[in-house]
Design a protein around this ligand. Sequence first.
Ligand code: PRP
Length: 212
Amino acid sequence: MTNERVHCIAHPLAAHHLRIIRDASTPTWQFRSAVDRLAMLLGVYATEDLKTRETVVTTPLAKTAAQVLTDRIGLVPILRAGLGLVDPLLQLLPEAEVWHLGLYRNEETATPVRYYDKLPATSPVDIALVLDPMLATGGSVRLVVERLAQWGVPDIRVVSVIAAQPGLDRVRGEFPQVRFFVGAIDPELNARQFIVPGLGDAGDRIFNTPSA
Ligand code: PRP
C-alpha cells in the first residue's frame, strides 16, 4: 500500500532482504546485514524530497553545477532495536545528527516505558527520521512522535522494517502530519501484541539476546 503518507516500498531488493529478515532460521549476522540493506533502501525513499541549493563545483576538467543538501536532518533511533538502522542511514546522510530516545515495552501490558531522552532543549532539526525496525501497537512510535513534535520538529518521518496495520492506523490517525516509510505492512498482532507474521523480536535478533 502506498499513499501520500504511507510508503510501503515495492522494490525487488527490499522483498529479497525482507524474506531473509522474516525467516526464523536466519542467523544473527545475516539478520543484521539484511536489516542494514533494507534500511538503506528505505532511507533512499524517505529522503527523496530533501531540499538542496545550487552551487558550482570544479571538476578536474571544468566548472559545473552541483547541489548541496540544506535540510538539517536528525536520526532518532528508538533504543534499543532502532540502533540497527543508524549505520545504514548514516551511510546515506553522513552529516545527520543522531538523537537517542529509549523506550521498552512492558511485557505484560505491551505499553512503552521511557528510560532515556537525549534531545536538547532548543534548536530542533528540520526533519527527523524516527528509526525502529518494528511498529506493532504503535505505542512506542507515538510517544516518540509526540516528543519530537513538542521539541518543534516540523517534518517527522518514521522508517520501519515492518509495521502492523492496526498500529500504523493508530499513529496515522493521531498524527496526520507524519509520513511512514516501511518495508511491509502486516495485517495483525497476536495476543502478546507481536506483529504477525512479522519477524519476531527485532532487538533480540539484532543483538543476539534471548527472547523474554
Ligand atoms: C520493540 C520494537 C519497538 C516496539 C514496538 O522494542 O523495537 O520499539 O517494541 O512495539 P509497539 O509498537 O507496540 O510499541 P522492545 O520494547 O522490544 O525493546 P528493544 O528495542 O529494547 O528490544
